[in-house]
Every structure is written in C-alpha cells, then in structure tokens.
Design a protein around this ligand. Sequence first.
Ligand SMILES: [Zn+2]
Length: 465
Amino acid sequence: MNTLLFTNANIVLEREVLQGALLVKDGKIAGLYGQNASLPGADEILDIEGKYILPGGIDPHVHLHLTTPNGISSDDFYSGSKAALKGGTTSIIDFITPRRGQSMLEAIAGRKTEAKTSLVDYTFHLTPVEWTENTAQEMIQAIHSEHITSFKVYMAYKESIGLEDDALEMVLRTAGRFGGIVLVHAEQGDEIVRRVQELHRAQKTSPRYHPVSRPPHTETEAVEKIVRMATANKCPLYVVHTSCGSSIERVYEKALIKSGSPVFFETCPQYLLFNDEVYQSSQENALAFMMSPPLRPLPEQKLLKKYFLQGKIQSIGTDHCPFTREQKNREAQDFSKIPNGAGGIEYRMQLIFNEMIVKEGKSIIEFVKLVAGNPAKIFGLYPRKGVIQKGSDADLVIWDPDKDFVIDTGHQWQQTDINIYEGYRGKGAPVAVFRRGRKMIENDRLTGTCKGTFLPRKPWKKESL
Ligand SMILES: [Zn+2]
C-alpha cells in the first residue's frame, strides 16, 4: 500500500469538522480536501459514507503486564494492545517502575523489551521510587537521551514505591528545571496505612472496608499539597485518576494554579460511571471494583461529572490493570491484599463518547481533545499523534456515531473474565482502525499484526489545549 484516500468523510480536526476527503501516504496524513476540492488519485479509495474520521485515541494511563505482589496483571502488551485497537486507541503510555536500588535507565531497557509485542505505539512514564545521588542525573538522561519526559510519583505505597515529601520535592524541582512533567498518584499514604491497621485490628477486612480505609479527604488533601509543591517548583503537574470532584473544586476555589505552572486533571471512566455503592453489593462485585483510589460516594461522583462536563478535566485515562476472578478471589478475605485494578482500555472511547456526546450533547471536538489531542499535547507526542493534520501519523478511526453496542464480558478482547462495565449499552463505535496507515481493525476483527513502535517524546512545552 502506498496511498489511500478516504472520501465522503466527516473529518474531526482540532477546531472544526471537515466534510470531504483525507489522503494517507506512507503511513502519514498527506492531504485534506473539502467538498469542492478536486481529489488526488490513490492506490485505494474508501468511501466511508459520512462517518467520522477521528485521530487514533491515546490512553495516557495503562498498566500492561504489571508485576504485583499478587501476581502479574492479566493483560500483557499483546492482548491489552489488541483490545485497545478494537476500541480505537492506537497509542498508549504505560509505566516503568524500577525496584529500589535498581538504576532507572536499566529499568527502561527491561520494560522496552516487555513492550515489544504491542500492536499499538507506546511510550512510558518513569517512576522514581527513591531519591538517591543518581536520581537527578538519571531523570535528565531519561529526558534528553531516552526521550522519556514524564515522571510518576506516588504519595501512597511508601513502603514500596511511594516517596516522602523531601524526595517529592526533588523530583518536582528536577523535572521542572529540565523539561519534564510529573504525574502524581495523590493519596495521603500515611493516613491510609493507619486506617488499614485500625480496620485490621477491628477485624474489618472484607472488601467493603476498602473505601473506608481511603476516604475522599485522603485524596483531596494530597491533591492540594502536591499542587502547592509543584507550583512552588514551577513543575507542570498531571493528577492521575482523579476520583473526587472536591479535589478539583479545592484547587480552583483556592486558586492554587499559578501561571507558568500548569496543573492537568485526568479521570477514568469508572469514576464518572460508578460510586461506592458497588462495595455494598455482592462480594463478587466488590472484588471487581477493588481499585485505588476506590469508587466514591455519590456526591463526589456527581461533582466529578460536573467538572468533567465543564471542561475542568483535561484527559481521560483508564488505569487499565485487569486481573482475573481467580486472582481477585485468592485474598478475598483481606481488602488490603486483593489485587487492585480493572480493565478499561477497550471501551474508554465508546464509554466517553456515549456519556459526553450521546447523553450530554457535547461536541465531538471536545471528545477528541479528551481522548487523544490533550494527552498528546501534555505528554510531548503532538503533532505526530493526537491530531489530524498534514504530516501527522495516519492513526485514524472510522467512527460510526449510530452504531449500538452492549458490553459483554464474554466477548471482550481484554484478557480477563471480569468486566466492570458488563451490560452497559450505548451508541458510537469504531468500524475500522488504522495505525500509521495500516488497517488493524475492521468490524471487530483484527486485520493487521504489524507491531507498534516506541514513541520518543520531546521535553515538556506548553501547548494550548
Ligand atoms: Zn495507574
């Protein structure tokens, strides 16, 4: 294949929807044509009958093949990336989490090897799990030599990968100075550890106590603290999996964001769609929703949804990290030992399309920003990814806004026998997915097997979202 022309399309650009045609040449977008333009010839011409063409989705928060104390998560890079493609996601950002004592650069090499089976393009956020005499230098090398420019810090899990305040400060300062951006898992780790111990002493260990161990204020207070630290260090900050509306409310109410030091909020579909009632239902259901942060009380869910619809959330990730029922069941009597996480990579775009456009009447341009454009801009992938314009990679999703779908655990491509969205009905789905010009998916069939590639990124630069 050399050239491919899509005709009769509604092409979702950054600021408008163009009715016309799109030319792909050698894996790149080579031309855009309005309705009256004369069209070039092409080796293949596809009339897509008025459907949308969207830029391929970017899921900025996934954990494939994640090693945990309770075993390895059930999707590897092959199965997880295949599920991503089916749902219209053509690039992912996963994580590199070294062991304490291990060089971050060595960990990068190891994780890149694990990702080689991915069918989507990929890069990683790098996690400093401690502050040593080498950490600053390794961060700088990661940015400039490895082209990995985002760093994830954990305020919880201090016994394994989380950081104390002085180390957080150093990571923020270094990233801010040398062109990095910091992602934060914002939960007050010390308080959570205390609460888990108290619940254990009281023999309250069933899954329904998981949210009791991590109440909303453990997120809200952590968000306030880290936003203050990041802005003081002039470091761009990205708050992952924001689960409480009040975390966002507090940052805006107290006017904590300073010019020149942006703060971005990510949430995940599960926090928009569910609340903590799930932990009061059957144990099976409670286990499926075992994740951190936990699902929140209804008022927090509503507030989160309000800010999402107001555009105060800039990015949608999934925190995709599925386990099987068997894995979740192994330690079902103790919430602190149950593997945390759920799958979502396959349905992120359909869920958000349905929630935002079908139910709330928002524009498709806003939708594309949240699932592709903004993640590309925030994480240094733009304009290669996340946008339809001449010269960008031809990662394209042919999207049928009228296609009905029902989420059915038995038919998912995510490699697990759990699906927290089981039974969800909506409208809007991909009919074909192209990655760098190759047709990878057509009508829910895998049609391409050519592997994805590592995406080198640029140092952080402010882009208008
Ligand atoms: Zn995560």
